[in-house]
Design a protein around this ligand. Structure first.
Ligand code: FES
Ligand SMILES: [Fe+2]
Length: 350
């Protein structure tokens, strides 16, 4: 169930340049490059003549020359030259995708180009370019469906079991109060914990040696974006609910994910974990970076193992939600799935 009429992150800005970049996005083969004016361009990565990916060819100014028989295509995907003849046949064109670049992400519109409104680009990751913030970021091709990654980020009780050396401890899974909210264009789950022992990373960076109040607010934005605010304070000083989605308190960090399905069972995961520079004291950046990369790798092992198990079980294959039942911690991820199903139905009807 892939939603087409949305902006998806296709690449980090720094990965798009004057060398063609090939990438499968929502089952479509796409090629990205920068035009002479520096703006990113996305074209169908399949020559209209005999299917050689255009990324195997070369850029000639603002155009792409196919590496097989030399047909040349402009930024709009229309062929401008066929070697050895004057005329360019009408069929000689490839799809050109609307593109927007914002705060280090290059977004591509995968659906009907007439509906590609730049105002719809999700705008929640400006801290990636804020000099006052320290961001660890990366990109992974997950061998798992995008909803498995969303599930993970909407149920942070898993920190206890998957990230116990850094951000999780027993109290986090056992003692949280859950607040789940949703609307047409979001699902938000808050985990709120009072007077719990600090997990290892909170003790190390936050300097806590007494119990803390801690909050984790995960927000899902369709089709597949996640914004998480993790905050903490000394026990008794925790913030009211309305301030938790945007405040780190004394120590915390934000997590951003943009998930772009490659196929139904593989996902481009563009991720970043960022915190205010004051929360990563000088000299600890390298350790923080290493720990956050470890957290991402721990989750990756989970999604990929889940996908392997799902693929072997015909009963759960496809929708990848447990047909036997659910637990209260699943509330947010079930609402996320309902949102995706609703949007998918709307797209099909349109
Ligand atoms: S396949 Fe591209 S020019 Fe022939
Ligand atoms: Fe995790």
């Amino acid at each position: 169930m892939l939603l087409k009429n949305h902006w998806y992150v296709a690449a980090w800005s720094e990965d798009v340049g004057r060398t063609p970049l090939a990438r499968v996005l929502l089952n479509e083969y796409v090629m990205l490059f920068r035009g002479l004016d520096g703006a990113p361009v996305a074209l169908e990565n399949r020559c209209a003549h005999r299917n050689l990916p255009l990324s195997e060819g070369r850029l000639v100014g603002d155009q792409v020359e196919c590496g097989y028989h030399g047909l040349v295509f402009g930024r709009d995907g229309v062929c401008t030259h066929v070697p050895g003849q004057e005329e360019v046949p009408g069929w000689a064109k490839v799809k050109s995708y609307p593109v927007v670049e914002r705060d280090r992400w290059v977004f591509v519109w995968m659906g009907d180009p007439d509906e590609a409104d730049p105002a719809l680009v999700p705008d929640y990751h400006a801290r990636l370019v804020d000099p006052d913030w320290y961001a660890v970021s990366g990109q992974t091709l997950v061998k798992g469906g995008y909803r498995l990654v969303l599930d993970n980020l909407l149920d942070l009780s898993h920190l206890t079991y998957v990230h116990s050396s850094t951000t999780g401890n027993r109290a986090l899974a056992e003692e949280a109060t859950l607040i789940v909210e949703d609307g047409d264009d979001f699902v938000r789950v808050t985990r709120w914990m009072e007077g719990i022992p600090p997990a290892p990373a909170y003790a190390d960076y936050g300097g806590y040696d007494t119990p803390i109040d801690r909050w984790q607010v995960s927000k899902y934005i369709p089709p597949s974006y996640i914004d998480i605010c993790n905050g903490s304070t000394v026990a008794g000083e925790g913030l009211p609910q309305e301030e938790r989605p945007s405040s780190l308190g004394r120590w915390g960090f934000v997590v951003y994910h943009a998930l772009t399905p490659e196929t139904e069972t593989a996902t481009h995961q563009f991720w970043a974990i960022a915190t205010h520079r004051s929360m990563v004291p000088a000299g600890t950046e390298a350790t923080f970076t290493e720990q956050m990369r470890e957290v991402i790798a721990e989750d990756l092992a989970v999604y990929e193992a889940q996908q392997r198990a799902i693929d072997l079980d015909p009963e759960t294959r496809g929708e990848d939600v447990n047909p036997r039942g659910t637990i209260p911690a699943d509330d947010a991820l079930l609402r996320m799935r309902r949102t995706i199903r609703r949007l998918y139905g709307e797209e099909r009807r349109a």
